[in-house]
Ligand binder design. Structure first.
Ligand code: NIG
Ligand code: FE
Length: 422
């Protein structure tokens, strides 16, 4: 690759110390999937200024620091673009019931499922919620995650949704990670609105969404579109409100059945549709046309013992961007390992190693509205990257329960373990 400079429309030039990171094998995860065997990066302040062959480095400059990465592979910081990692308690009891054959939907219809976590979360104070959630974020960060999405959706009152989102923001200040928050008040119907789902949706749309957005707590809006949750018509009322506020949209779509949610979401230009086990060629085509990312969540597929897989061949044929995420939550995906999610995406869904890596970098960034600034090693992007103890990037999503991370660099600062994290 020839050296590239910041493109037109890039953010204003960064300021701060100039650092050289040399001796790197670079998997840039840019649109051309550029690989550089003898590469180097120059960072200025918290931003990447230059990426290219070490032999083509600009003439010697006054670097504040020079780091020799000794031939290690370097990728962009990983991005987990779908999590519910702020929650209280566990649902191990429900998992045990599912092992005995009870279905996720049955448990939900009987008042368990998401609602059990709602009860636990409403009873938890902010500090408790932070303390319970922090180890999950620490686990992701230790694997090289430098940006993460965190959804609300276990509060289901204005106060409790706000509490979740504040804890998510607080986690973002306590850990070296960019946190994007998503309001998922339309996760399930709270008991106090029984029989009044339309009224609940209107309350979110007219009152909660503007209030929480006004407090700076919401980066996007999500809705669980499913027979045990909300209809396509209800999702549309929420999306109309989101559009008025200029908020991007996401949807839990076609996870347990095909309701037509994806086709609605793509008409609204949603950032992503997530799960998609029951989607088909029409949904794949619609997502490709609207630039909506298909977020695949293989840990939920695995833990729910689903049989039906997302339509990989149709997604590929349509050219839909595919991301991979943990879905970290106490019900369908109790886990906090993006590398394990990559392994499951390859082995269970059939993604290639390259697709899985693009799914936790470039495409995951797009699913969060962070394309251009995150998810690729390109000039103008955040200087967030991971140095790996691997012989090839095929080892990411290959190891299970083994973390080959060597060093995480966030905002051009080397993160130290374990002191900084605990
Ligand atoms: O992404 N599908 C809905 N929401 C979550 C599960 C939440 C829960 O069971 O607590 C999911 O799988
Ligand atoms: Fe989810």
């Amino acid at each position: 690759m020839s050296a590239t400079q910041g493109a037109a429309g890039a953010p204003p030039p960064a300021s701060g110390p100039l650092q050289l990171w040399r001796g790197a094998r670079l998997a840039t995860c840019d649109a051309a999937n550029t690989r550089i065997q003898a590469g180097a990066l120059i960072t200025r302040g918290a931003t990447i200024e230059w990426v290219g062959e070490e032999a083509a480095l600009p003439a010697a400059r006054a670097y504040a620091q020079v780091h020799d990465l000794r031939g290690a592979w370097v990728t962009p910081g990983l991005i987990d673009c779908h999590t519910h990692l702020v929650f209280a308690g566990t649902r191990a009891d429900e998992y045990a019931q599912r092992l005995r054959g009870r279905s996720y939907e049955d448990i939900a219809r009987a008042g368990g499922g998401i609602l059990s976590t709602v009860h636990a979360l409403r009873a938890a104070g902010e500090q408790q919620l932070f303390d319970e959630s922090a180890p999950r974020l620490a686990a992701l960060v230790a694997e090289g995650v430098t940006a993460v999405e965190i959804k609300s959706g276990y509060g289901l009152t204005l106060q409790d949704e706000a509490k979740m989102l504040r804890v998510a923001r607080q986690l973002g200040r306590a850990f070296p990670v960019t946190v994007r928050t998503t309001l998922l008040a339309a996760h399930t119907l709270p008991p106090e609105y029984r029989g009044r789902a339309d009224e609940y949706i209107d309350t979110i749309a007219r009152e909660w969404l503007p209030a929480l957005t006004g407090e700076g707590l919401v980066d996007a809006v999500d809705v669980f579109c499913e027979s045990i949750a909300f209809s396509v018509a209800q999702a549309e009322r929420l999306f109309t409100a989101a559009r008025t506020l200029g908020l991007p949209m996401k949807m839990h779509a076609e996870q347990l059945s095909n309701l037509g949610g994806t086709l609605l979401a793509t008409r609204y230009g949603a950032l992503s549709c997530d799960h998609l086990e029951y989607a088909g060629a029409a949904e794949a085509q619609a997502m490709a046309s609207s630039g909506t990312v298909a977020v695949l969540l293989p840990v939920a597929y695995y833990c729910l013992a689903e049989r039906r897989k997302p339509p990989l061949a149709a997604l590929r044929a349509a050219g839909t961007a595919m991301a991979v995420a943990t879905d970290c939550n106490p019900g369908s995906a109790p886990g906090a390992s993006l590398l394990t999610a990559m392994s499951m995406a390859t082995r269970l869904f059939g993604l290639t190693a390259e697709e899985a890596l693009a799914g936790v970098t470039r495409h995951a960034a797009r699913a969060l509205g962070l394309a251009g600034t995150h998810g690729a090693l390109v000039p103008g992007a955040a200087a967030d990257f991971v140095v790996w103890n691997v012989g090839s990037t095929d080892e990411l999503g290959y190891w299970i329960g083994l973390n080959p991370r060597r060093t995480v660099v966030r905002a051009a600062e080397i993160q130290r373990w374990p002191e900084r994290q605990h």
